[in-house]
Write a protein that binds this ligand. Structure first.
Ligand SMILES: *Cc1c(COP(=O)(O)O)cnc(C)c1O
Length: 410
């Protein structure tokens, strides 16, 4: 063997990804302002200029989460790391945790509780339905020793929004801390961390924040930081131990913990800046309006929603695949012919459901019209009876009749 024998057997050249339109369950399209932020010079993670940017990033995150929590920062890792971080810090082995499961991500929360030595009391709801507050109330009554209530605000596998405000109220009445998954809701649906009294919250960079994947914004109340500081055992993770991370992301000290992904953090800074320029309420209204227009178009195509209107996520549209349609073939053609990505069904919904994301930068008029047009064309080609042009026209009519408030700029 020579050194060259270890070279790749296939010729490798620079990777140029195609330009897609991302309308699946995440990642969403990244705005050029965010992409170009990533291409700026790498700084040392302890450089004072960089740590100044970190402070801005934390204040922008506090705005997007609507909190004054000091411990608000992005974890270096995808949403799943933010999830694990909450559980590993807050569960002392033997703790009882009430976990709501109405889709894939609630199921992952159960896994987290069990792997960190907790006892999971599972409150199940049907896929496509929100978490039932009455069931949570009952579970907490039957388990007065429960320490934590964990639930998913926006269940991306089904497209359902649960009532986080009510669930947090119930938890507080029963003296429980809360862990809330807002990976898909942050930026797309109202969240008030302080107003609702959420204790631990995590999100992801690549959904309604429209940043590349790989960062997980988190925020912890003082109740959580006190709990973690007071633990008798060490947190069962070196990397995710809040006490240690405080030394890097805290305000007073800035000591090496791990090398922060500097350029990825520039990107998050830029995307949060864009969100604050637009305004949270404007962003929520934009997500709602584009969902309404997509829905108007779907109605003409005979495409039906999985979720009852009142619980739907505007940023994640779960719809049934029409009878007799080869769902995989439709996704393949959308990707190959239109460079348009939509999501397949997960778990129990595999093969039966499509998921159309309208998240962050992807939530825009052009995408709604483009997607409806593409679907009509593909359906027509596949022999389905559709009235060509009707879906786009219906969406267009919705937009004309429902303008955004005048301060809307994008
Ligand atoms: C996407 C998602 C996650 C996981 O985030 P990753 O960045 O893929 O690790 C967790 N919870 C919900 C609700 C999600 O939509």
């Amino acid at each position: 063997m020579t050194i060259d024998d270890f070279r790749p057997t296939k010729e490798v050249t620079t990777f140029y990804p195609p330009q897609r339109v991302l309308m699946g369950p995440g990642p969403s399209d990244t705005h050029f302002r965010v992409l170009s932020a990533m291409a700026r010079p790498t700084l040392g993670h302890l450089d004072p200029v960089f740590t100044g940017m970190m402070e801005e990033l934390k204040s922008l995150l506090r705005y997007s989460f609507q909190t004054k929590n000091m411990m608000t920062f992005p974890v270096s890792g995808p949403g799943s790391v933010g999830m694990e971080m909450c559980f590993v810090n807050m569960i002392v082995p033997g703790d009882k945790v009430v976990v709501c499961r109405n889709g894939v991500f609630g199921g992952r929360m159960v896994e987290n509780v069990e792997r960190h030595g907790g006892i999971a009391v599972v409150v199940d709801d049907k896929w496509g339905e929100p978490v039932d507050p009455q069931k949570v109330e009952d579970a907490l009554k039957q388990n007065p020793d429960a320490k934590i209530l964990a639930f998913v605000h926006a269940e991306t596998s089904t497209g359902v929004l649960s009532d986080a405000k009510t669930l947090c109220e119930i938890a507080r009445r029963h003296n429980c801390l809360t862990i809330v998954d807002t990976v898909t809701s942050l930026g797309g649906s109202p969240i008030y961390v302080d107003g609702w009294g959420i204790d631990a919250i995590y999100s992801g960079s690549q959904k309604c924040l429209s940043c590349p994947p790989g960062l997980s914004p988190v925020s912890f109340s003082e109740r959580v930081t006190d709990l973690v500081k007071g633990r008798k055992d060490k947190v069962h993770s070196w990397f995710m131990d809040l006490n240690q991370l405080l030394g890097y992301w805290g305000t007073t000290t800035r000591t090496y913990h791990h090398t922060a992904p500097t350029n990825a953090l520039y990107a998050l800074h830029e995307s949060l800046l864009m969100l604050s320029e637009e305004g949270l309420e404007q962003s929520w209204a934009r997500h709602e309006r584009n969902y309404q227009a997509l829905k108007a178009g779907f109605a003409t195509l005979g495409i039906n929603y999985v979720v009852d209107e009142q619980y739907r996520l505007p940023q994640l549209n779960s719809v049934y695949v029409p009878e007799g349609v080869d769902e995989k073939e439709v996704r393949r053609r959308l990707l190959e012919e239109y460079s348009l990505e939509i999501g397949a069904g997960l778990g129990a919904f595999a093969g039966k459901v499509w998921r159309f994301g309208l998240m962050g930068t992807s939530s825009k008029i052009e995408n709604v019209l483009f997607c409806l047009n593409a679907l009509e064309a593909v359906f027509t080609d596949m022999g389905l009876k559709v009235e060509y042009g009707s879906a786009e026209a219906a969406a267009h009519r919705y937009y004309a009749a429902n303008p955004m408030p005048s301060s809307f700029s994008g």
